[in-house]
Structure formats: structure tokens, C-alpha cells
Design a protein around this ligand. Structure first.
Ligand SMILES: [Zn+2]
Length: 342
């Protein structure tokens, strides 16, 4: 198998080759598997194996075909149909089968697929959507997630300086609330561990397992603005600054800005000229300042058909309330910081 193709498919096992049985025909065939089109890739895995007991070279003892679901390719389910070498020890008669590096023993999903599940879930993608993308079912994802969780070998004496806690929908079978958390190294975005529950009690019991020294070494923790566990973080990670997830900050600023506009409207009272103007231009108030039009003038029904640009409309709205103007300036500052990643 060509190294470029391996790179494209994300296969790392150096011993995997095209099945010699398919040498003169196409080794990739299109097949209908469980009512959907799939690509079946015929491969062969063999390498010299030494007996773990006697250390002698083992004899070839036939082959066995194993199907592994891999990352989908060209929008189709990709199945690696691997003919694995079986071995027999001439001394102690022990038998073994060649091991494929990219899949755990007894798994029929490659590790890359499982890593993708975790990544997708941490982005809060709905389980059914992830399942459809990977041509599998939600139940299969949960099962593989359980095994991923068991596979994390967590070092309780170390934590990265920059941690990130991400919520994701994991489903009721995995967590009582249906929501779990991913513990992520914020620098290289590697998943350190999966925490099934995200309530305070569970999180405390979980983090207390890490040594005090490990917890002291954490400098920043990025979380969303979900408040309940913030005080817990302060208690367990005394040296850490809490960084609010940017996206959530913007959402909150947006909501707060809108609330102030509605309050000013209500102070003027329904039916007033100010009420109608503030109601009509709600979108303009939330727009990023950089995108506000300064050049084009239109007659405005709310201002006796005066020809005004968007930016002049904003000025007239600010004349109605100084509080609204202050809130607007603060809101724009946050948007700018978000845009500039500051
Ligand atoms: Zn042996």
C-alpha cells in the first residue's frame, strides 16, 4: 500500500499492505453494507512474530479476515477488510494473530474513528448527526466512548499549565444528566480525560484525585460561563485564572445590550416616537461598529423622513439615552476584543 494513500486514510501501521490476492484486480470495491454504499478495502497484515514464551520465530498458520470501520472516505463508509496472519509456535504450540496498530484488540472501529467521535462530541454536535456522518448508530458511539474512557491512562500527578473544560452532550446512558465534560490541554488541544458528570460533587471528587502539586501548576482554566463550577475551580486550583470562553462572553454581551434597549423603550412607553425608533433599529444597535454604514443616506420613517445614514441613526438613538450609549460602547469594545483575539 502506497505511503501517500496511507497518509490520506490516516493509517499508521507500517506492516499493512494491499492484499496480494487482489494484486491484479482493484483492491477497493464498492459494496452495499447494511443498506448503504460502502468502500471495502482489501488489505493484508503480516510481519515476523516471535513467541512471547520461547522467543523463537513463529510459523505461519493460515489467515483470518477481520473488518474494521475506518474514517469515512469520499462521503462513503470505509471498511478495511484486513486478512491477518495467524501464527503457531513450533515449540510450545501457542497461537497468535497479527495485531493491527490502528485498532485496539477486539474493536471493530479504528482509533481514528473513536478520536473523531470524542472531538465531535466536544463540539456539542448532536449524537444523531455524528452517527449519520460516520455511518453508525448513537448506541455504537456510546459503546465506543465507554471504551475510550477506559483507555485514558491518566497521570494524577500532572496537569498542563493551561486547561480547558468543555461540555458536551454524551447522552443519558453515559451520564445521568446527559452532559459530560472533556478535560483538554488548552495548548495542544489533546484530550486528557473525559469526566462523565459535570455536577459540583462529581467534579470535586474527580479533581481531588489529582495531587495538590499538579493542581497548583494550573495557571489558566478556560470554561464557558456556566456558573456553578466557577467557585469550585477557584477552590481546587488556587493559582488559576478563569478564562471565560469568548463565544459565551459575546452571547452574554449581546443579551445584556438587548435588555438595556428594551428597558429604555419601556421607560419612554409604548406608542412614543422613541419607543418605535428603538424597536425598529434593534439590529443596527447589535451590529458590529466596523460594519455600520456611514455613506449611504435613506429617508427614515421614524425621523420625519430625514435622510440619514445608519451611523446618524445610531447617534439619534444615543440622544435618547446616555445609558444606551455607554452600554453600546462597552458592547462594541467586547466585540472588537473578540474579533482581534485579544
Ligand atoms: Zn512458544
Amino acid at each position: 500500500m502506497d505511503n501517500n494513500i496511507k497518509l490520506l486514510l490516516g493509517i499508521t501501521d507500517p506492516n499493512l499492505t494491499i492484499d496480494p490476492k487482489y494484486q491484479y484486480t482493484s483492491y477497493i470495491e464498492e459494496k452495499i453494507i447494511k443498506n448503504s454504499k460502502a468502500l471495502l478495502c482489501h488489505l493484508y497484515l503480516s510481519y515476523p512474530m516471535h513467541c512471547p514464551n520461547c522467543k523463537v520465530l513463529m510459523l505461519h498458520n493460515g489467515t483470518k479476515v477481520v473488518n474494521n470501520v475506518h474514517l469515512s472516505s469520499a462521503g462513503k463508509k470505509l471498511v478495511l477488510s484486513i486478512r491477518k496472519q495467524k501464527y503457531l509456535c513450533p515449540e510450545c504450540k501457542k497461537t497468535l494473530t497479527a495485531k493491527f496498530k490502528d485498532t485496539n484488540y477486539h474493536d471493530h472501529f479504528s482509533n481514528a474513528v473513536k478520536a473523531k467521535f470524542v472531538r465531535d462530541l466536544s463540539l456539542s454536535r448532536p449524537m444523531c448527526e455524528i452517527a449519520a456522518d460516520s455511518f453508525t448508530s448513537s448506541n455504537t458511539i456510546i459503546r465506543s466512548l465507554e471504551s475510550v474512557e477506559n483507555n485514558f491512562k491518566v497521570n494524577r500527578n500532572w496537569l498542563p499549565s493551561h486547561l480547558s473544560l468543555d461540555d458536551f452532550k454524551s447522552g443519558k446512558r453515559f451520564s445521568s444528566s446527559g452532559m459530560s465534560m472533556c478535560l483538554i490541554n488548552a495548548v495542544n488541544h489533546r484530550i486528557i480525560d473525559i469526566i462523565p458528570e459535570r455536577n459540583n460533587k462529581f467534579l470535586r471528587n474527580y479533581f481531588i484525585q489529582y495531587s495538590h502539586k499538579a493542581r497548583l501548576s494550573v495557571m489558566t482554566i478556560t470554561v464557558d460561563l456556566y456558573a456553578p463550577y466557577r467557585s469550585l475551580i477557584k477552590e481546587l486550583f488556587p493559582n488559576a485564572f478563569i478564562i471565560a470562553d469568548k463565544f459565551h462572553v459575546v452571547t452574554q454581551a449581546y443579551t445584556a445590550m438587548n435588555k438595556i434597549r428594551i428597558r429604555v423603550m419601556k421607560e419612554y412607553g409604548a406608542g412614543t416616537h422613541e419607543y418605535r425608533a428603538l424597536k425598529r433599529f434593534w439590529k443596527l444597535l447589535l451590529k458590529n461598529q466596523d460594519d455600520v454604514d456611514y455613506h449611504r443616506y435613506y429617508p427614515r420613517i421614524n425621523f420625519k423622513y430625514a435622510e440619514l445614514s445608519d451611523s446618524e441613526v445610531l447617534d439619534r438613538l444615543f440622544d435618547m439615552s446616555s445609558e444606551l450609549k455607554t452600554a453600546y460602547e462597552y458592547y462594541q469594545l467586547l466585540l472588537q476584543m473578540y474579533r482581534k483575539n485579544s
